[in-house]
Design a protein around this ligand. Structure first.
Ligand SMILES: [Zn+2]
Length: 110
């Protein structure tokens, strides 16, 4: 078994590339263990507050979107500052937000 694989995910070949695919549903507690860097789900509102949105703006996400300095993430639709988007996807969705952009499950080569 590859070091990235777990009881929930395995390496599969997609379009000639090896990708880690989650194939088994996780409970909330199991998901927190698998993805420690992900933001916690908010308890009082259904909206997820992205750290990459309009934090520095007086009007928050709304002002950022009106100034056309932000775009909704293609995956989670969180308002995201354009600087943080990579191919239309925010850092929370493509994994860059986890452990300062490092995959916490993949050992880093120094
Ligand atoms: Zn996103």
């Amino acid at each position: 078994m590859n070091s990235l694989e777990s009881q929930f995910a395995s390496i599969q070949e997609v379009d000639c590339q090896d990708v880690l695919v989650v194939h088994t549903p996780m409970t909330r507690e199991q998901a927190r263990e698998e993805y420690p860097g992900r933001p916690h789900e908010p308890t009082k509102t259904r909206l997820v507050e992205s750290r990459y949105g309009g934090v520095g703006y007086a009007g928050g996400d709304v002002e950022m979107m009106m100034n056309k300095e932000g775009v909704k993430c293609a995956m989670c639709e969180a308002p995201t500052k354009k600087d943080f988007l990579k191919e239309g996807v925010c850092p929370d969705c493509d994994g860059r937000a986890e452990a300062q952009g490092n995959d916490p499950r993949r050992p880093q080569s120094v």
